[in-house]
Design a binder for this molecule. Structure first.
Ligand SMILES: *[C@@H]1O[C@H](CO)[C@@H](O)[C@H](O)[C@H]1NC(C)=O
Ligand SMILES: *[C@@H]1O[C@H](CO)[C@@H](O)[C@H](O)[C@H]1NC(C)=O
Ligand SMILES: *[C@@H]1O[C@H](CO)[C@@H](O)[C@H](O)[C@H]1NC(C)=O
Length: 735
C-alpha cells in the first residue's frame, strides 16, 4: 500500500517535472530567439506565414506594417529597404546589454512558411559548427550570376546565398547590417552575398550557408529535390529534401517558385492531413447570420451555345440565397439562347435586388462584359461577386457554402462527369498555360478533400470585393490581347499575390460539355446523350424508368410475352417527333426503299430512319444502356450486348396517308415499339394486334415501350388510325 502511494506520488512528481521542463525549454527558445519579418502589405501570403508561425507557437514581430514599400519590385532586384528596417530594429535591441546573446531569426513573409517550432530551429542552428550567422542557400546565384565563381565551395546541393531567411547572433548580424549603407531599392541579397564572399568578413563573423537545407529550403530550382509526404503514417504532411535527406524547418517559395509554395502550403503547417482532412478549411469557416447575409452580385455569362440552357436558368433561380440580397447581371452573347434568356429575365428579374442585362446585340466582348460586372460590384454595395458561366451546374447550397468558407477567392470544384476536365488548374507551366499538379487527379477524383490554393480557376467562383477596393487591385481586369478573359484575370491575381482556391470539400455539381453542341439541329439537346448524360437522362428518361428494376416488381404484360415498360419522358417523345417533322422526308410507303441494302421493303411504312436525322448512334446507345437491361430481366437467359439493330425508325400513321399495317413478322429476335404520342388525344384508333393470341394493345402510353419476340409466335398487325396522327419508334433488335 505504502509503496503504491509513493509510486503514485513520484509518478505525479515526474510528470510535474516534465511539464516544468517543457515550459522552461519553451521559454528558453523564445527568450533566446527573436523572430522578425518585414511586411508592408497585408497579403494572403502574409496570412499564411503568420498562421504557420501560430501553428508552431512562434512569435513573429512584423516590421514596417502599413508603411510604404520603397524596396522596388521584388520580381527583379530590390529589397534594400528590408535591411534598413531590420538595421533600425536590431540597433534598438543592441542598446540593452541583455540582448548581447540574443539570436535573431529573420525571414521574408509573403512566400515563407514555418514547418516546425523555434526549439527545433534553434537546435539545428546550434548544430552548425563554428557558425554565428547562417543564411539559407539556393541553386541559383542571384541577382549577379557572375559572382558564382567567387563562392568557396559549389559542389553542394545549394551552393549560393539566399537572403530570404537567416538566423544569427545579434552582434554579428548588426555588424553585417552596418557594414555599408544601402539604398532602399538596392538589392538585399546582393548586399549579403558580397559580405559573404569577403573571406575575411566571412571568417570573422562566422557566416555559413545552409547548403543541405537542414533549416531552410528554397524551392526555386529544387523542385525535384523536394518531396511532399502527404500520405504517411505521420500525423501531418511534411517535406523532405531527398538529396540531402533533411526535413527542412522553414520553406521559401523564392523567385518563380511561389506557385509551388502555394501548392505545398495546402498541406504543410498542419493545414491538411489524411486523417484530419482540411484543418485549415475548418479554421477559416465563418458562420452566416441569416439577417446579415452579405450582398452578392451574381454575374451570369452565356458566352457559347450551351446544352440544357433551360435547366441552367432554372438552377440560377433555385440558388438558396435571398434574392433581395442578390444583384443580377445576366450576360448572354448567344443569339440562339436569347428567347429563353429573355423569358427568364422577364419572369424573375424583379425578384432580385437589382438586375441588369447584356444582350448579344450590345456587341460587348467577353472580357468587357466581365469587367463591367466586376466594376459594377466594386463600385456598389456588393460584398461578393459570384461569377457563373452557363457550362457550370451547381447545387442550390453552393453559394452559401462559398460565402461561409471564409476564403476571399474560391471556386466550387466542377468536373465534366467521367473526365479529368475541371474548372481549375493544379499548376501552370512557364508559358502560363495548363500543367498538371501531382495532386490534380486526387483532387478531381476526390481521393483527397479540402480547399486548395491553385493558380487558375474558371467558370464558377466567388470573390470578396474588398480585395479590389484598394488601389493596387482596383485596376485588375479580364482584358488581354493574348489570352482569354479568365486566363488574363487569374494571371493578374497571381501577379498581385491574391490566392485563388478550389474546394472539393463537398459535391457542388459539374460542368456540361458544349463541344459538340450543334444548334443548327432541331432540338440539339436530344443529341447530347454522349456529352451530357446527366442532363440528358434527367430530361429525357422516364421519371419511373428505375422503378422497372425494383425488387419484386410485376411487369405489365398486356398480351402473352408482350412486355410494357416506361422508358422515355414526354419531353423526349415531343422533341423526337419534332426532329422527324422538321426533317420531313417521310418514305413514300412503297416496296422500293433505297435506304435498305436490298432496296426492297416487303411491309413498307411511312417512316424516317434514325440514320437520316443523325440520331442512330444515340438510339443504339439507348438500346444498349436502357432497353437491353429490360430485355434481360424479362426474357431471361438471352444476352446480346450490344444489341444489334439495323432498322431504327419512326413510323407515322394517319388516315390520309398510311392508316394501318398488314399482318407480318419482324426480322428481329425482339422488337421494341415506343409510343411517341397519346391515343384518343393525338389520334383515334391505332394500336398493335397480335393475331395468334387475338390480343390488341390500344391504350398505349406516351414514352412507354412494348417489347415482344419478332418471329413465329408474334405475328402482328398495325391497327387502323381513324383520325389524327400516330407516331411510334420501332427497332428490330438482333435481326
Ligand atoms: C494513401 O496511402 C494508402 C496506403 O498506402 C493508399 O491505399 C491510399 O490510396 C493513399 N491515398 C492517396 C490519396 O494517395
Ligand atoms: C411515376 O410513378 C408515380 C407513382 O406511381 C406516378 O404518380 C407518376 O405519375 C409516374 N410518373 C410518370 C411520368 O408517369
Ligand atoms: C377476338 O377478340 C375479340 C374481342 O376481344 C372477339 O370479339 C373475337 O370474337 C375474338 N376472335 C376470336 C377468333 O377468338
Amino acid at each position: 500500500m505504502l509503496n503504491c502511494a509513493i509510486m503514485d506520488k513520484s509518478g505525479k512528481l515526474i510528470q510535474l517535472l516534465a511539464v516544468i521542463l517543457l515550459i522552461v525549454r519553451h521559454i528558453g527558445a523564445s527568450d533566446e530567439v527573436k523572430v522578425f519579418t518585414v511586411a508592408t502589405d497585408d497579403t494572403h501570403g502574409l496570412d499564411r506565414f503568420l498562421r504557420s508561425a501560430r501553428v508552431y507557437g512562434i512569435d513573429v514581430e512584423v516590421l514596417a506594417k502599413g508603411k510604404e514599400w520603397t524596396g522596388g519590385d521584388m520580381k527583379y532586384a530590390g529589397g534594400g529597404q528590408k535591411i534598413n528596417i531590420l538595421k533600425d530594429e536590431l540597433s534598438k535591441l543592441m542598446k540593452s546589454d541583455d540582448n548581447k546573446d540574443r539570436i535573431i531569426l529573420f525571414t521574408d513573409s509573403y512566400d515563407i512558411m514555418f514547418l516546425s517550432t523555434l526549439e527545433d530551429i534553434l537546435k539545428k542552428f546550434k548544430s552548425f559548427k563554428d557558425t554565428r550567422v547562417l543564411f539559407s542557400a539556393e541553386q541559383f546565384c542571384w541577382p549577379d550570376s557572375k559572382l558564382a565563381g567567387h563562392y568557396p565551395k559549389t559542389e553542394v546541393a545549394n551552393p549560393y546565398l539566399n537572403s530570404g531567411a537567416f538566423i544569427g547572433y545579434l552582434p554579428e548580424l548588426l555588424e553585417i547590417l552596418n557594414h555599408k549603407p544601402i539604398k532602399d531599392q538596392d538589392d538585399d541579397q546582393l548586399y549579403y552575398t558580397k559580405i559573404y564572399l569577403d573571406k575575411e568578413l566571412r571568417h570573422n563573423l562566422k557566416i555559413s550557408l545552409d547548403h543541405d537545407s537542414k533549416i531552410f529550403q528554397n524551392l526555386y530550382g529544387a523542385l525535384s529535390d523536394v518531396q511532399l509526404r502527404s500520405n504517411t503514417t505521420e500525423e501531418w504532411p511534411y517535406i523532405e529534401n531527398v538529396v540531402t535527406k533533411e526535413r527542412p524547418l522553414i520553406v521559401h517559395g523564392n523567385g518563380p517558385s511561389k506557385l509551388t509554395l502555394n501548392h505545398l502550403g495546402n498541406y504543410l503547417a498542419k493545414s491538411w492531413s489524411m486523417k484530419e482532412g482540411c484543418a485549415l478549411c475548418n479554421e477559416k469557416k465563418i458562420e452566416l447570420k441569416e439577417n446579415e447575409l452579405p450582398n452578392v452580385m451574381m454575374a451570369v455569362f452565356i458566352e457559347q451555345a450551351t446544352p440544357f440552357m433551360e435547366e441552367f436558368l432554372q438552377q440560377l433561380n433555385d440558388i438558396d440565397y435571398p434574392k433581395s440580397k442578390i444583384h443580377l447581371v445576366l450576360r448572354n452573347n448567344v443569339e440562339y439562347h436569347e428567347t429563353e434568356v429573355d423569358d427568364f429575365f422577364q419572369a424573375h428579374s424583379k425578384n432580385y435586388a437589382t438586375a441588369k442585362r447584356i444582350k448579344p446585340d450590345d456587341f460587348i466582348s467577353e472580357s468587357e462584359a466581365r469587367n463591367i460586372a466586376k466594376d459594377r460590384c466594386v463600385n456598389s454595395v456588393c460584398d461578393y461577386l459570384f461569377s457563373v458561366d452557363s457550362v457550370s451546374r451547381v447545387k442550390p447550397d453552393t453559394l452559401r457554402y462559398l460565402v461561409s468558407s471564409g476564403y476571399d477567392v474560391i471556386a466550387p470544384m466542377l468536373v465534366r462527369p467521367g473526365q479529368a476536365w475541371s474548372n481549375f488548374w493544379g499548376a501552370i507551366n512557364s508559358a502560363g498555360f495548363y500543367a498538371r499538379s501531382a495532386d490534380y487527379m486526387d483532387i478531381v477524383y476526390q481521393a483527397v478533400r479540402g480547399v486548395w490554393n491553385v493558380p487558375f480557376i474558371t467558370n464558377c467562383y466567388l470573390m470578396k470585393m474588398s480585395l479590389f477596393r484598394n488601389t493596387e487591385a482596383k485596376s485588375v481586369t479580364y482584358s488581354s490581347e493574348d489570352v482569354d478573359a479568365d486566363m488574363a484575370f487569374c494571371s493578374n491575381l497571381r501577379q498581385l499575390g491574391i490566392f485563388m482556391h478550389v474546394s472539393n470539400e463537398m459535391d457542388f455539381g459539374h460542368l456540361v460539355n458544349p463541344e459538340n453542341y450543334d444548334v443548327s439541329r432541331t432540338n440539339p439537346d436530344v443529341y447530347s446523350l454522349f456529352d451530357n448524360k446527366l442532363e440528358w437522362e434527367a430530361r429525357y428518361l422516364h421519371e419511373n424508368y428505375s422503378v422497372n428494376f425494383e425488387e419484386g416488381r410485376k411487369h405489365l404484360m398486356p398480351c402473352p410475352d408482350v412486355y410494357w415498360f416506361p422508358l422515355m419522358s414526354k419531353r423526349f417523345c415531343k422533341e423526337w417527333i419534332e426532329v422527324m417533322e422538321a426533317y420531313g422526308k417521310w418514305s413514300d410507303g412503297s416496296n422500293n426503299d433505297k435506304r435498305l441494302e436490298g432496296g426492297y421493303e416487303a411491309v413498307p411504312t411511312r417512316d424516317i430512319h434514325m440514320t437520316q436525322v443523325g440520331l442512330d448512334r444515340q438510339w443504339l446507345h439507348i438500346l444498349k444502356e436502357y432497353v437491353r437491361p429490360l430485355q434481360e430481366m424479362v426474357f431471361t437467359g438471352y444476352y446480346h450486348n450490344p444489341p444489334v439493330s439495323i432498322m431504327n425508325f419512326v413510323v407515322r400513321y394517319r388516315p390520309d396517308e398510311q392508316p394501318s399495317l398488314r399482318p407480318h413478322h419482324d426480322s428481329s429476335t425482339y422488337t421494341i415499339n415506343l409510343a411517341l404520342n397519346t391515343p384518343n388525344v393525338d389520334y383515334e384508333g391505332g394500336g398493335c394486334r397480335f393475331i395468334r393470341y387475338n390480343c390488341s394493345v390500344q391504350n398505349t402510353k406516351r414514352g412507354w415501350l412494348l417489347m415482344h419476340p419478332g418471329r413465329l409466335t408474334h405475328y402482328h398487325e398495325g391497327l387502323k388510325v381513324t383520325k389524327g396522327t400516330r407516331y411510334i419508334m420501332i427497332s428490330f433488335v438482333d435481326p
